[in-house]
Design a binder for this molecule. Structure first.
Ligand code: PHE
Length: 344
């Protein structure tokens, strides 16, 4: 028995001494440990063999077996700790941060200038109590034209070269169709914005076959052109500068009477005349007017009781003036170098 104990100790010492032991994984160390200290391991077998040891030798032999077990356990524990420490050190070394390496930058997107303008307009007008209504882009001739006092053979149709889908349906050429849809469903007081895409067969540096408009409509008792002028003054100051002024010029739209074209004093030169305003000091930005009585009647609103005004703002036009964009096509080409400039 004593020889067996000595032999096992020698065997274990040799095991720990070999270079390989230093490179074991935790799993391998455990497997080796089980060969000696597991339930059926050789040290455990020694303990079981105690039965056959003569009684007088038992205390001493038992002590030796106990010492061997304690020593082996200690050695394996130390080895396991070493292995864990090494694994951690290797992991840390592998993850070392080289602060001199250039960073990885995630490209962030930016909000499209037309979206910026739409959001700002909605913010300005909703602050004045306007609701937002969005109508369909594929619209009935009735809402886009007829109800707006533009019958089938009306020459005013030439102002908007329209894409027809069928004889009855078209791609709306103006958000004014939203006026009718709102007035059909709601009785005054009405204060609504109707933003959205509109389509016209038109394409050059200042016209795009698809562009965005925002319609504004106010209908109530006693609404006058003065209310329109006051509202537009406020809009001009908020959208551009505190010094921006508005000017109304007579115009014509079948659905408003009287109709006006609205100019803003040029924010680039302050009205002195520059390239942006073509030397006039004024920039045309939108069409507006008092809602034609025929239009109110078409929607079942009594024009002798109620009056209202409407205006239609081109969002691209506002974006071009506000951000100094010379060609409308830049807004639709999706060139990141252009769009990036609107970050923040
Ligand atoms: N719908 C008109 C256009 O597209 C603009 C407009 C809107 C004019 C509302 C008057 C009132 O040209």
């Amino acid at each position: 028995m004593k020889e067996q104990i000595q032999a096992l100790r020698a065997e274990l010492e040799a095991l720990f001494a070999q270079e390989e032991a230093a490179r074991w994984t935790e799993r391998q160390a455990y497997e080796h440990k089980m060969v000696y200290l597991g339930k059926t391991g050789s040290i455990s077998a020694l303990s079981k063999g105690m039965r056959d040891v003569p009684a007088e030798e038992r205390p001493e032999t038992g002590k030796l077996v106990g010492e061997l077990r304690a020593w082996a356990e200690e050695k394996f524990t130390a080895l396991e700790e070493e292995i864990r420490a090494r694994a951690l050190a290797e992991k840390i070394a592998g993850e070392k941060i080289d602060v001199t390496l250039p960073g990885k930058f995630a490209e962030t997107g930016s909000v499209h200038p037309v979206t910026l303008v739409r959001r700002e307009l909605i913010e300005i007008f909703s602050g004045m109590g306007f609701d937002v209504y969005e109508g369909p882009e594929i619209e009935k001739d009735y809402y886009n034209f007829q109800a707006l006092n533009i019958p089938a053979d009306h020459p005013a149709r030439d102002m908007q070269d329209t894409f027809f889908v069928t004889e009855e349906f078209l791609l709306r050429s103006q958000t004014s169709s939203g006026q009718i849809r709102v007035m059909e469903n709601k009785k005054p007081p009405i204060k609504v914005l109707s933003p959205g895409r509109v389509y016209r067969s038109d394409s050059d540096a200042t016209h795009s076959p698809m562009f965005h408009q925002m319609e504004g409509l106010v209908v109530d008792k006693g609404i006058t052109l003065n209310d329109l002028k006051g509202l537009l003054d406020e809009f001009a100051r908020r959208m551009f500068t505190a010094r921006t002024k508005t000017r109304l010029r007579p115009s014509y739209f079948p659905f408003t009477e009287p109709s006006v074209e609205v100019d803003l004093s040029c924010s680039a030169c302050g009205g002195a005349g520059c390239r942006l305003c073509k030397g006039t000091g004024w920039i045309e930005v939108l069409g507006a007017g008092m809602v034609n009585r025929r239009v109110l009647e078409n929607c079942g609103i009594d024009p002798d009781v109620y009056t209202g005004f409407a205006f239609g703002i081109g969002l691209e036009r506002i974006a071009m003036i506000k951000y100094g964009i010379g060609d409308i096509r830049l807004l639709f080409e999706g060139d990141v170098r252009f769009l990036k400039q609107f970050r923040n």
